[in-house]
Ligand binder design. Structure first.
Ligand SMILES: Cc1cc2nc3c(=O)[nH]c(=O)nc-3n(C[C@H](O)[C@H](O)[C@H](O)COP(=O)(O)OP(=O)(O)OC[C@H]3O[C@@H](n4cnc5c(N)ncnc54)[C@H](O)[C@@H]3O)c2cc1C
Length: 386
């Protein structure tokens, strides 16, 4: 009889220096996320109390460098954290991870004055940030976005719409991706701006209820001649597309961790169910077809996890980062879809009872195969960079 404690997210593939953070994240997820995950999924409320607890525990905005009040966690530490949070619940996990979304761009490309003003309040939990890239008409085509920032005296006026923006209602400021040029080089036409959400001309409302990750909130934003001063431009005008492409290499490794956490949850649920259920006079786990399903899930999970952790090393070393990030993101998030689908089948009719964790996981896994670049975009990137 195989071991009942699967320990799928074991530390053996995690670099030594990330073990402590991983343990902290596991304990936090067990104490603060898992117990309330079902309730938040049902209500669709924003999990303020879990967010506050995460901020107090130093597990939110933890990648902001220590000199600006954060913990300066590196990519592998953030990946360890993502796996653990998402295993407990993807909706709450997303809210915790997006509380500082976009600050990485400011940290890499922003001026010293911008960093000193905007990073510490996010690091210490006083403020929330977000990243506004996607638009109602496209999220995939980064060089096809139409929200424009027109140069005016003393700054820029932003006009257009953004969609799907995490914390667009809750955040205090966003990093906004907007068009500042119209040259033939379509990749050189975009820039990044800090936009405080209390500015005139900024309106945001929650998008309609979602079927998955219900404890996270996204917004539809309308910018109507929203003025931002020149000092709010991040980096050089025209450098937004390339900055974002580089940022996504890091983000996609972490989103791979979203998939791994969800896949682990699906396998755990399937394992528990088949060992507790009888049919035809025996335990369901004794059927070879069932065992093969579990064997496939486990194998795909381990393959994805090895790839993802290898990609983390590659991206940190700047070694073919775009290729490895895309492979990791695609493989890990698609493995989560596959494991959830098989996990549902193994639960029989009970799979569709919304009170069961497998039903929540099944709905959540649909999302990481889309955000930070749909799988098709990852395949395009993998082919082009091979
Ligand atoms: C829960 C959630 C949270 C999100 N959070 C944020 C956020 O905080 N900030 C933000 O800016 N965005 C966010 N997004 C948006 C997300 O990044 C986009 O949904 C994603 O990039 C896809 O864009 P789209 O939905 O507009 O799909 P589209 O770009 O319209 O694409 C639709 C489909 O067409 C196909 N397709 C498109 N282009 C190609 C191509 N070149 N080759 C092959 N097939 C293609 C793919 O199947 C794709 O899924 C979030 C989305 C979700 C669901």
């Amino acid at each position: 009889m195989p071991d009942n404690d699967l320990n799928l997210l074991d530390a053996s593939v995690v670099p030594e220096h990330a073990h402590d953070v991983k343990e902290e994240a596991r304990a936090f997820a067990d104490d603060h996320i898992a117990p309330v995950a079902g309730d938040y999924f049902d209500s669709g409320d924003y999990p303020w109390e879990v967010l506050t607890a995460g901020q107090e525990a130093g597990l939110v905005a933890a990648d902001i460098p220590a000199e600006y009040g954060g913990r300066g966690l590196d990519l592998t530490e953030m990946l360890a954290l993502a796996e653990e949070f998402y295993r407990a619940d993807a909706g709450i996990g997303l809210t915790l991870m997006l509380a500082s979304f976009g600050t990485e761009l400011l940290d890499t490309y922003g001026s010293e004055a911008q960093k000193e003003e905007y990073l510490p309040p996010v690091a210490n939990g006083e403020k929330l940030s977000g990243l506004a890239v996607s638009e109602p008409e496209t999220g995939s085509d980064l060089a096809g976005m139409t929200t424009a920032a027109e140069k005016v005296e003393g700054g820029y006026e932003i006009t257009g719409e953004k969609y799907w923006v995490g914390n667009g209602v809750e955040a205090d400021w966003l990093t906004v991706y907007a068009k500042t040029g119209d040259s033939d080089d379509r990749y050189g036409n975009y820039s990044l701006f800090i936009v405080e959400t209390d500015r005139d001309g900024y309106e945001a409302e929650h998008i309609p209820e979602k079927m998955g990750m219900r404890a996270s909130k996204q917004a539809h934003i309308v910018f109507d001649d929203c003025f931002v001063p020149e000092e709010n431009l991040i980096g050089a005008e025209g450098g937004g597309f390339y900055a974002l492409a580089d940022f996504f290499n890091h983000g996609r490794v972490v989103v791979g961790g979203h998939g791994l956490g969800l896949a682990a949850a699906a396998i755990e649920e399937a394992w528990g169910f088949v060992h507790g259920r009888n049919a035809f006079g025996r335990n369901v786990s004794e059927f070879q077809a069932v065992q093969h399903d579990i064997a496939d899930m486990r194998t795909e999970f381990e393959a994805a996890r090895s790839l993802n952790w290898r990609a983390a090393e590659k991206v940190e070393a700047g070694d073919d980062a775009g290729l490895w990030a895309a492979m990791a993101k695609m493989k890990s998030t698609e493995t989560a879809v596959d494991c959830a689908e098989r996990g549902m089948q193994l639960h029989g009719g009970r799979s569709i009872l919304t009170e069961n964790r497998i039903a929540r996981v099944y709905r959540d896994v649909r999302i990481p195969v889309i955000y930070e670049g749909a799988s098709e975009i990852q395949r395009n990137l993998i082919y082009r960079q091979s």
